[in-house]
Design a binder for this molecule. Structure first.
Ligand code: ADP
Ligand code: MG
Length: 815
């Protein structure tokens, strides 16, 4: 039986009615009963355990095997609605188990539709960061381990081609928006016509402006008739957003809406007033006095993270330090999240890439050294601790200028937070040590300068001016506290690098040029004034050219008067732009450019008047001539390529049918033109005609493309059905007819899966084998019997190498 919402999706598949066996019948009976139970499920009664829900056997077993028994609030409410096919807007505090609240319905709703690999993509799960996508995928692997669906992880970091090959057959995809869109646009094999469910975890983040275009484009690719589920701790209620996703009469499941606090009750929250210039001291002292804790430290930018991480590492606090930010290589990021998850005591310095959804086990402290941009970010950051009934503590460092504004915002969001004071006796200053280190190690100093600049810029672009006020910050002291010899001067230069900054805050990324220019006044002027006063021996020291590898770009960064010229406006706005940009920005001017030509010209006139004898004039083509007045120029004559520079541009001609040459644009005479009406109407007519023409052509193209796709798919399906039918018969004697094994993409560097899972992965048939259809079935560890029969069958099947072979076989089977 189809789930109640018959208008959406399709019912259970009508299989061929010949050759049905008892086994298959029993399967269908089971599904019918399951659907019946779902329909009868009473939404009013509060359920306690997963076993109270009408779940399929594979899901129930997966949950038990992963030790999930009792339902959390959000799970108990959201799952029942979702099983009935309703659209869901799920809001519940951090750490309250939202992941299962959408994964269970995804598995169940596909299962009840008897989804198989041939049905293509059934569910798409979007997450704002790669780490979160991986984490969701891991949970899916765990609870979905007894299902026959194929599932994939699409987060980039691998070649598109490699992913493309596998995507065609995936039933469930967990992905980040950018990469997904790329596939939707480029991967022909990926069929979304059939999609049943769309899930967005951390939906408000995905729907905010940074992802807006991408998400709109993704949704454009998906069928309108589908189930949509949005989950977050801070949920969007914007009607516009919901319309964008064409949500139909969504069920708003907000379990903690009436709660006294927006954060878990097991979380203790504090703030402390730390002037900007003492932040690092306080942080250092905190780390030193909590060596037996697991702590996440949030900073506002990747540069800050790197500087604090590198400098604290030098200082050897006596606890493992790690760092996580958006510009790290994917493999590295993964290693770090895994390592931090497994550590008992460690400190992780992170940007907001780690703020959303990540479920590090047993985090004791969340320290926010830099004030979060808004209260939602605050809630998500502190949500990294006190997860699922555990306790946790959070401390927010606030500059005196930020206190009033931020507290007001937190109060509005129902965040209970108390002030604490740091014991002066426990506080340790590391300013001198940092200064020493920066002095000795130019690279560290360079990082420090970058960190300073990115911090100032991050404050500058903050939207909430009630909290963030650049003028009130003591930047000179702050620079000194980083160990820097004076505050780098900051110029907000025009231009923004075009690199996509998916994880950077939208505000940071969209700093407009005009704002940037005027911003110069705030930061730069103040610093300039200060620079005049403060000149230390460090300044003089750095005016000397550094003798190490960094000397080159240092000299580019430092003006003659020892102040910084910042090449980083483009970088700081986007918090972590590539360092390379700095190295590459200064280009050498090619020796024989136009300017040399100019020089040559002028020297030519002098030369002629001086009667210099060496000068020659070479006719290059009709119009241009080249003056040869030096050896170097003489050499030029030998290189055709270099000479191109001095030749004028050719004119492009087009040829008509008779072979006569015409200019690309030929003017018609004015009378003829006027005869056809005045310019404006002509233009309008032309535009209208062209628009109409393009539109029609567009439609035709789309129609043709769709037709082709459909045809291809039909063919493929017919082929595959034929094969499946053949196999089903074999299966009947052999054992459980299971489709594909639960096939995930490998996760680079991840070793968090259980051993059994890994083995399963290792024994997964390779791509080539799968193309041969020789072994499309599960060779999972549990059923060696099945495996044996498969083995036999493989041997008996003819080896298929090419598509032609395959087609031959298929047509044979179709009879
Ligand atoms: P959220 O997405 O709401 O922040 P998660 O889904 O990441 O929360 O879950 C937080 C933690 O709670 C995870 O470690 C998860 O394993 C655990 N958890 C979730 N649901 C249950 C449950 N029903 N019983 C026990 N633990 C659960
Ligand atoms: Mg979550």
């Amino acid at each position: 039986m189809a789930p109640p919402r018959t208008s959406r999706g399709k019912g259970p598949k009508q299989k061929h009615d010949s050759g049905r066996t008892l086994k298959r019948k029993r399967g269908e009976d089971e599904i019918t009963t399951l659907a019946q139970k779902v329909e009868e499920l009473d939404l009013k009664t509060a359920l306690k355990n997963f076993s109270d829900l009408p779940l399929s056997d594979p899901t129930a077993r997966g949950l038990t095997a992963s030790h999930f028994k009792t339902l959390t609030d959000i799970q108990s409410r959201a799952i029942s609605h979702a099983l009935k096919g309703r659209d869901i807007l799920g809001a519940a505090k951090t750490g309250s188990g939202k992941t299962l609240a959408f994964l269970v319905p995804v598995l169940e709703n596909l299962y009840r539709r008897q989804w198989t690999e041939y049905d293509g993509l059934g569910a798409l799960i979007l997450a704002p960061t790669r780490e979160l996508a991986i984490q969701i995928f891991e949970v899916l692997r765990k609870v979905g381990r007894y299902h026959a669906f194929s599932a994939g992880l699409v987060i980039g970091g691998k070649s598109l081609r490699e992913e493309q090959e596998r995507l065609g057959r995936m039933n469930i995809l967990v992905c980040t928006p950018g990469r997904m869109l790329q596939h939707l646009d480029q991967t022909a094999m990926l069929e979304t016509n059939n999609l049943q469910l769309l899930v967005m975890d951390e939906a408000d983040r995905i729907l905010d402006m940074g992802f807006q275009k991408t998400v709109d484009a993704i949704v454009d690719h998906l069928p309108k008739e589908r189930q949509t589920m949005l989950f977050s701790a801070t949920q969007t209620k914007k009607v516009g957003d919901l319309a964008r996703l064409s949500l139909q009469d969504p069920e708003y499941v907000a379990v903690h809406e009436t709660a006294a606090a927006a954060t878990p009750s097991t979380l203790q929250q504090h703030y402390t007033i730390t002037p900007l210039a003492t932040k690092l001291d306080v942080l250092w002292s905190f780390i030193r006095s909590n060596l037996k804790s697991k702590t996440v430290v949030f900073l506002s930018s990747g540069k800050q993270v790197r500087f604090v991480y590198e400098s604290f590492r030098h200082l050897q606090p006596g606890i493992p330090l790690m760092h996580l930010h958006g510009k790290q290589k994917q493999g590295g990021r993964l290693d770090i999240t895994t390592k931090f998850s497994q550590s008992q005591h460690a400190v992780l310095f992170a940007t907001d890439v780690a703020a959303r959804g990540l479920d590090f086990p047993a985090v004791d402290w969340v320290i926010q050294v830099d004030c979060p941009e808004d209260s939602d970010t605050y809630i998500h950051r502190v949500g990294r601790t006190a997860r699922y009934e555990r306790v946790g503590r959070a401390v927010l460092f606030l500059d005196p200028s930020e206190e009033k504004g931020m507290l007001k915002r937190l109060e509005q969001k129902k965040v209970p937070i108390e002030k604490i004071n740091i014991k002066a006796a426990k506080q340790q200053s590391i300013k001198n040590q940092l200064q020493n280190m920066c002095f000795k190690d130019p690279e560290l100093k360079y990082l420090g300068q970058k960190a300073f600049i990115s911090y100032v810029k991050s404050i500058y672009v903050q939207k909430d001016k009630e909290i963030f006020n650049l003028k009130e910050l003591k930047l000179e002291d702050y620079a000194a506290s980083l160990g820097l010899p004076g505050a780098p001067r900051i110029k907000f230069i025009k231009g923004d690098d075009t690199k996509e900054r998916k994880n950077a805050s939208w505000k940071m990324a969209h700093l407009t040029d005009s704002e940037a220019e005027s911003g110069e006044e705030g930061a730069a002027k103040k610093d300039k004034k200060d620079e005049k006063e403060v000149r230390t021996r460090y300044d003089r020291m750095f005016e000397r050219r550094n003798q190490d590898v960094l000397a080159g770009h240092y000299s580019k960064l430092i003006n003659d008067d020892g102040t910084m010229i910042d090449s980083g406006a483009k970088t700081a706005a986007g918090e972590d732009a590539d360092e390379d940009a700095d190295f590459l920005s200064v280009k050498r001017v090619f020796a024989i450019g136009d300017e040399n030509l100019g020089k040559a010209d002028s020297s030519d006139s002098e030369a002629s008047s001086d009667g210099e004898k060496d000068t020659k004039v070479v006719q290059l083509d009709g119009k241009n001539e080249l003056i040869i007045d030096s050896k170097r120029r003489e050499k030029l004559l030998k290189s055709k390529k270099k000479l191109l520079k001095f030749k004028g541009k050719g004119t492009r001609l087009v040829y008509d049918d008779e072979g006569n040459a015409h200019e690309v644009y030929e003017m018609e005479d004015e009378e003829g033109f006027k005869a056809r009406g005045d310019a404006d109407t002509q233009r309008e007519r032309f535009l209208a005609e062209e628009t109409e023409r393009t539109r029609r052509a567009d439609l035709e193209d789309k129609e043709v493309a769709r037709e082709k796709r459909r045809e291809k798919k039909e063919k493929r399906k017919a082929r595959e059905r034929a094969l499946a039918a053949g196999e089903a018969e074999d299966d009947e004697e052999g054992g459980v007819p299971h489709g594909l094994p639960f096939v995930p993409f490998e996760i680079p560097g991840s070793d968090s899966g259980s051993e059994a899972e890994e083995k399963e992965e290792a024994s997964r048939p390779s791509k080539k084998q799968r193309v041969t259809f020789a072994e499309p079935n599960s060779d999972s560890e549990e059923d060696p019997r099945q495996k044996r029969t498969k083995g036999k069958k493989t041997a008996a099947q003819p080896q298929i190498e090419t598509l032609a072979d395959l087609e031959e076989l298929a047509s044979g089977l179709l009879g």
